[in-house]
Design a protein around this ligand. Structure first.
Ligand code: DGT
Ligand code: MG
Ligand code: MG
Ligand code: MG
Ligand code: MG
Length: 269
């Protein structure tokens, strides 16, 4: 069939193919979550409901989309790493980014009530997305380390800040002044001497964020069967091996994690 005279408009579509062999990272981040957290009365500085909901959405993204090797999340952000050899949607950046962000955003609304039982969703949240390509595995590890270091720095600051405000009655401005120019050691010391808190005993999810990886798990279910010749049903246990997205709250900056799970960033993945 002859092309219509309108077909030429396709040529205006820009090519956004991701470079071959690179790790493709999509990072999304909640739009104006400072306000969103206030309006929905998130607990400060960490709200378990909000953090678990973020992780539920990220698990959905990994299960619904193709080729995601690992994801890392903290605060109102999540990063998804696609396998370097992925051929999904011919590696078109816009496809990767829009599928990740829209699947995540719809999941956030869909699963909201499972986590915020008596807090209504007051308005539709939005998320921005960006895509970054990393040509070496070391670059990718450094990217993930950067996000986890950011989680640590922010969480330490926020933990002390809200202690000073909520426990010591400082105003936010006073707390900010108090922390101006302090180093990590100083903040640890304030927590310990003034609030009897050992920062290292704070929940790992707050300090390390959440890593999502694929793991083989054995699922045991019971099945009712009826044997021929027997009149009564019998219950038997059936074990199935499945791959599931599993959340971890561990260090990913050091080598140990990557040595323990070498398959995640294997050369041929
Ligand atoms: P943006 O991303 O430029 O549109 O603006 P924001 O406001 O989302 O800024 P961002 O992403 O740099 O910072 C995340 C905000 O989300 C920050 O104001 C604190 C808030 N947030 C995230 N998780 C929690 C939480 O668990 N509890 C509370 N209270 N706030 C949280
Ligand atoms: Mg921001
Ligand atoms: Mg944000
Ligand atoms: Mg953020
Ligand atoms: Mg279509």
């Amino acid at each position: 069939m002859a092309k219509s005279k309108f077909e030429y408009v396709r040529d205006f579509e820009a090519d956004d193919t991701c470079l071959p062999n690179c790790w493709i990272v999509v990072r999304l981040d909640g739009r104006n979550f400072h306000r969103f957290a206030e309006q929905h009365e998130f607990k400060k500085p960490n709200d378990d409901r909000a953090l678990h909901l973020m992780t539920r959405c990220a698990q959905t993204v990994m299960q619904e989309l193709e080729d995601i090797a690992i994801a890392y999340g903290q605060s109102d952000e999540y990063s998804f790493v696609f396998k370097r050899k992925s051929k999904w949607f011919k590696r078109r950046a816009s496809k990767f980014m829009t599928h990740v962000v829209s699947q995540f955003a719809s999941s956030y609304v869909f699963y909201w009530k499972d986590y915020f039982k008596d807090q209504q969703l007051l308005y539709p949240p939005g998320f921005d997305g960006r895509i970054v390509l990393y040509p070496s595995t070391q670059n990718l590890k450094d990217y993930l380390s950067w996000r986890q270091a950011d989680c640590h720095v922010n969480n330490l600051y926020n933990t002390v800040f809200w202690m000073l405000v909520q426990r010591s009655g400082l105003t936010p401005v006073q707390a900010q002044d108090r922390l101006q120019g302090t180093l990590a050691g100083d903040k640890n010391e304030i927590l310990f001497s003034e609030f009897n808190i050992n920062y290292n005993n704070e929940p790992l999810m707050y300090r390390k964020g959440t890593v999502l990886i694929w793991q083989k798990v054995n699922e045991v279910t019971t099945k009712k069967i009826k044997l021929p010749k027997e009149t009564e049903e019998k219950e038997i246990e059936v074990t199935r091996s499945r791959t599931k997205v599993v959340p971890l709250h561990c260090d990913i900056i050091g080598d140990q994690f990557w040595e323990e799970y070498p398959e995640i960033l294997a050369e041929d993945s």
